[in-house]
Design a protein around this ligand. Structure first.
Ligand code: NAP
Length: 259
């Protein structure tokens, strides 16, 4: 059985790097047309488009997801180019700078929430206007194992990802009567630029690998393949839940001994 997304119109936010790029390429591999959203680095977005154009069709759209006007303009561009949207992947995100809550810079804290949570909501809201009207569509919100695992120094990130997980469930409930599915895809440690400081240092990499039963970091394409599955009819009865793709990080390997 092959998964085909032929003819589907997808938007992946933050698709010029890391996991978003992996998802965009995987969706295109399955036949979807992909809009590659980015905020800076247009040359990276253009490179993703060029790769996709060899298999399917792509456009690039610059928009800051934390800016509602830019989000509206991005969806207008999608309407003008392809007449709408079938698959939205809310991937754009930052983890912000590490700061304990008692020394937090509120503007920096708010920025994480504005991109990771409100940005995802703005895009979902625009997508759902179209999907509920056409009575079909899938939204995949990229959360994180930090939907459920606390992380000292990153309270904005963990709060945003946990909230995004519940947002997915609520939007799924709202959208279900219209045949629209909403899911969270929660990656574990995936090797991308966001965590380069961790995987490029042998000591911090060793510490990280001890937290992952499969004993390796994941690859962006492993998240991409899961996004293809979730977006397809193979997952037609799956909505309102989070799918963890994390090498069993949420299995808490410290409990493999003692206890
Ligand atoms: P990444 O390589 O740093 O990619 C982040 C992407 O988000 C970039 O394309 C960036 O665009 C885009 N972006 C940032 N702010 C934006 C904004 N305001 N508007 C539009 N796009 C924006 O990181 P990644 O690891 O692939 O992370 C992607 C997603 O996966 C994030 O939501 C992250 O929280 C989540 N995640 C990652 C991991 C992991 O281990 N890597 C684990 C769990 C969850 P520019 O390059 O143009 O700035």
């Amino acid at each position: 059985m092959n998964i085909s997304l032929k003819g589907k119109r997808a938007l992946v936010t933050g698709a010029n790097s890391g996991i978003g790029q992996g998802i965009a390429l995987s969706l295109a591999e399955a036949g979807a047309k992909v809009a590659v959203n980015y905020i800076v680095h247009p040359e990276a977005a253009e490179a993703v488009k060029e790769t996709i154009d060899k298999k399917s069709e792509a456009i690039t759209i610059q928009a800051d997801v934390s800016n509602p006007e830019q989000v509206k303009a991005m969806f207008k561009q999608l309407d003008d180019s392809w007449g709408g949207i079938d698959i939205l992947v809310n991937n754009a995100g930052i983890d912000g700078k590490r700061m304990m809550s008692w020394e937090a810079d509120l503007d920096a804290w708010r920025k994480v929430i504005e991109i990771d949570l409100i940005g995802a909501f703005s895009c979902a809201s625009e997508a759902l206007k179209r999907m509920t009207a056409q009575k079909s569509g899938v939204i995949i919100n990229i959360t994180s194992v930090h939907e459920v695992i606390a992380w000292s120094g990153y309270s904005a990130y963990t709060a945003a990802k946990a909230a995004l997980g519940m947002l997915s469930k609520t939007l799924a409930q709202e959208a279900a009567p219209y045949g629209v599915r909403v899911l969270s895809l929660a990656p574990g440690a995936i090797q991308t630029p966001i965590n380069q400081d961790v995987w490029s240092n042998p000591d911090t990499l060793k510490d990280l690998l001890e937290k992952i039963p499969l004993n390796r970091m994941g690859k962006a394409e492993e998240i991409g393949k899961m996004a293809v599955l979730l977006a397809s009819d193979f997952a037609s009865y799956l909505t309102g839940t989070s799918v963890f793709v994390d090498g069993a990080m949420t299995d808490y390997p410290d409990f493999s001994h003692g206890g």
